[in-house]
Design a protein around this ligand. Sequence first.
Ligand SMILES: NC(=O)c1ccc[n+]([C@@H]2O[C@H](COP(=O)([O-])OP(=O)(O)OC[C@H]3O[C@@H](n4cnc5c(N)ncnc54)[C@H](OP(=O)(O)O)[C@@H]3O)[C@@H](O)[C@H]2O)c1
Length: 243
Amino acid sequence: MARRDEKIWIIGGSSGIGLALAEAYARRGAHVLISGRKAEALDEAVVNIGANATGAVADVVDLESLNAAAKAHGPFDRVINAAAIYDPSPVLKADQKKAEAIYEVNLVGSFNAARVGASHLRKGGQLALFGSAAAIFGLPQGQVYSSTKAAIVNLAQSLRVELAPEVDVRLITPGFVKTPLTDMNNFQMPGIMEPEEAARRIIAGLDGKAFDIAFPRRLIWPLRLLSALPKPLAFALTSRLKQ
Ligand SMILES: NC(=O)c1ccc[n+]([C@@H]2O[C@H](COP(=O)([O-])OP(=O)(O)OC[C@H]3O[C@@H](n4cnc5c(N)ncnc54)[C@H](OP(=O)(O)O)[C@@H]3O)[C@@H](O)[C@H]2O)c1
């Protein structure tokens, strides 16, 4: 059973799933530190969450700011990195600067958050990284974002063994969740859920034993099946998604 008075750092906790996690953990008695780049969004979230929340401006690509937040507020029982950015586009039309920023924030940011987080966890503490259902098999239009998420899966698998038993490393693999990130999508998102429901599933998963907290099954299993198919068949199926 998880302690109720834990200290939890949610990186990217000012919006979407990170914010819903912060709200839910605070409701059950945890003290949450939420961080992100925008002070105003953090201040608003802290006021809404109430006495159990603190905010710290920190950018996952700026190690100094991450370390400063960790030193000022740690040690933690859990560190969850939800920070990511997204900008879907066909590969040849993708904005080079935005694409590089996605690699930087999502991938380098996860590496930074993992190293800083792991160094400021109590013994036996938990480090959770966000992958995505988009990491299971590469789909047209998603290349930049989904390749960062596939790399994060690999990073989490490596760290799971490398940092054990001092750190309990987990991977979170959500399907579609209604947040400012998915508001950019112009297609129907099967199984889309509210951030509060995603947070409920993530918290239950992090209290349990599974390494990969993946949901909803109706999206995850077809994607896992797709990735197990012979590639010519898998590509024939995904070519139908090309816009
Ligand atoms: N929504 C989905 O359907 C879905 C599905 C699968 C996986 N995920 C993953 O779930 C996580 C949360 O996504 P979301 O949908 O909740 O996104 P969101 O609502 O856009 O929230 C992203 C959070 O990350 C922060 N952030 C962005 N860049 C940052 C940086 N450089 N340094 C620090 N913080 C930064 C944002 O705050 P600032 O802008 O103020 O920095 C914000 O708090 C992400 O890892 C995403 O890839 C989401």
